[in-house]
Each structure stands twice: as C-alpha cells, then as structure tokens.
Design a protein around this ligand. Structure first.
Ligand SMILES: N[C@H](CCC[C@H](N)C(=O)O)C(=O)O
Length: 291
C-alpha cells in the first residue's frame, strides 16, 4: 500500500546532546506519521537525524496547554522523555502557544504518564516536573547494591560502576536491555559517583528504542539521582539511618556526555516528590521534509 507524500514542517532541538525533531500538530493537518516515516526522519544519514520525535497535539487534559507525544528513533511510541519534554516547552514558545518571560511562569502539559509542569529558569534553560516515585519503586537488584530498577515514566536499570568511561555502553547496555528486559526492554544507565558525594554523578545511557548510547537522558538522570540517594544512605551508618524517615531536599548535578543536567527532589518519608529535571535546551534549525 502506498501513502501519498506530503510535506512536514519541523524544528530541530537538542537538550544536552539528546536531539529531537519537533512537530506542531496543533498547526499542521495531515495524516499521522507512520513508524516507517518516523524512522526515516530520525535516520542520521538519509533523514534529518535525531534520537526521537516530539509532537505537540491539541485536546489535552483540562488545564493543559498541549499534549505531548514522543516517538523513539526506531519509529515507535516511547515512554516519558524528560529531555524531549524540556524541548517541548521551548518549541511551544517558538510555536506561539505561550511566552515564557519569567521563571515563575509555569506551563502545564500532558505526556504519556500524566500531567507535568515546566518552565524556563533562564534563557536556554528549561525544567519539567517528573511524577512522584515511592522509595519501594526504586528496587535493588542482586546482592551487590550496585543495580537498581526504577520506573519514573520510563523504565530504567541503573548500574553503578567505578568509571563510566571504562564501560562499553553500547555492547553491555544492549546485552542487559535484552537479557534482563526482553522485547519490552529498559533504558540502561551507567553511573559513577564522582566523589563520595551522591549529588555529583557521571552518567552514560543506552536507550531502548534508540538502541544506542545517547548523549544525555533526562529520565535516566532522574532515576540515577534517586538510586544514588538510596545507595549512599544504605552505605552509611546507623546514625544517618535514624533520620531516614525525615524530609531531605537534594539537588544532584548529573554530568552526561552532552552536557550537565540538574535533578532536584524532596525525599519525604518514603516518597520522592517535587522531582524536577533541569538543563540546557537549544533550537538547532527549522526545516521541511517530504515524507
Ligand atoms: N531520552 C529520554 C528517555 C526516553 C525513553 C525512551 N528511550 C523509552 O524508553 O521509550 C529522556 O530524556 O528521558
């Protein structure tokens, strides 16, 4: 079956090197893009090139400015994309949906896992909120205390290693993604605590759906920060454990290969809440492609 070709207008964005094709579906009519078309658009040799596609749609939940669809570069719908969500704010501004003039101004939008807030902290720096995660939702895997699984809108396996620079992220990540998570898969995050400080992390991520290492992963940075908090706490003495049910505010700097992301949250009696992911967003170019 052949589909008629049509022109799609897009903007290209990158968020700490995690790059996206952004399409405003509130403004454009036309048939939905097929997985094959999305795959071709994301191809770095024969298309535009990107880790994924974000689309702004209308008819969102009450109070939301838009609804966000995210597709991985394999052409299939993905789960929550933290960096793509941050890019969607800049794209919403560029598309004239909102003017973010002060850090106090917040946008409410809907993604696949529910409603999120976001805003601009400074020109080129955007944040989004991530849904609350129960401590019991950050599962310790195996006996060494170095492997965790957390679903924070996207599934993440977080593995602490001595030095992320020594890891063959593509081959080890791909093996774990398939051996442990099968067809459905998970994103595999390799993390090093730079010092004994759990608030300073190096991160490299193998992303399912991209099936490659990306230069940064927002939900991966968030998952890694929560796992680092719990790992650090479990490695410390009883005195610290006596406070484990108190409220702790944490701000973690996550160094990805494409730039730094900042994750903040409040750990409050077994729940990670007020989770925010912040970092750079750049508009790269606008274009039109025939698909
Ligand atoms: N790069 C994304 C993660 C996308 C998740 C996707 N790979 C999936 O598992 O569907 C982020 O910034 O959070």
């Amino acid at each position: 079956m052949s589909t008629r070709q049509h022109v799609v207008e897009f903007s290209k964005y990158e968020a700490a090197g995690n790059d996206f094709i952004a399409i405003n579906r509130l403004a454009t009519v036309g048939p939905p893009l097929t997985p094959a078309q999305l795959l071709r658009m994301c191809n770095r040799k024969t298309g535009i090139g990107a880790d994924g596609v974000i689309e702004l749609h209308g008819s969102p939940a009450p109070g939301c400015l838009y609804s966000l669809n995210y597709y991985n570069s394999d052409g299939n719908e993905g789960s929550l994309c933290g960096n793509g969500s941050r890019c969607s704010l800049a794209f919403a501004e560029r598309s004239g949906l909102v003017a973010l003039t002060s850090p106090e101004q917040e946008v409410t939008f809907e993604a696949c896992d529910g409603v999120h807030l976001g805003g601009m902290l400074a020109p080129g720096s955007y944040y989004v909120t991530i849904r609350d995660v129960e401590e019991s939702g950050v599962r310790v895997l195996g006996g060494d205390g170095d492997n965790f699984f957390v679903h924070n809108g996207s599934p993440h396996h977080v593995r602490f290693v001595d030095d992320v620079n020594d890891v063959d992220v593509v081959s080890v990540g791909r093996r774990l993604r398939w051996e442990l998570y099968g067809q459905e898969g998970a994103n595999i995050d390799f993390v090093t605590c730079q010092t004994s400080d759990p608030c300073d992390l190096d991160l490299r991520t193998y992303e399912r759906g991209v099936e490659d290492e990306t230069l940064a992963c927002g939900t991966g940075a968030t998952a890694s920060s929560m796992a680092a908090y719990l790992r650090h706490r479990s490695q410390h003495d009883t005195q610290e454990r006596a406070h484990e049910n108190s409220t702790v505010t944490t701000c973690t700097r996550v160094h990805a290969r494409g730039g730094d992301l900042i994750v903040s949250f409040i750990y409050d009696d077994g729940v990670f809440r007020d989770i925010r992911l912040c970092g750079p967003v750049n508009h790269v170019f606008d274009g039109r492609i025939v698909v």
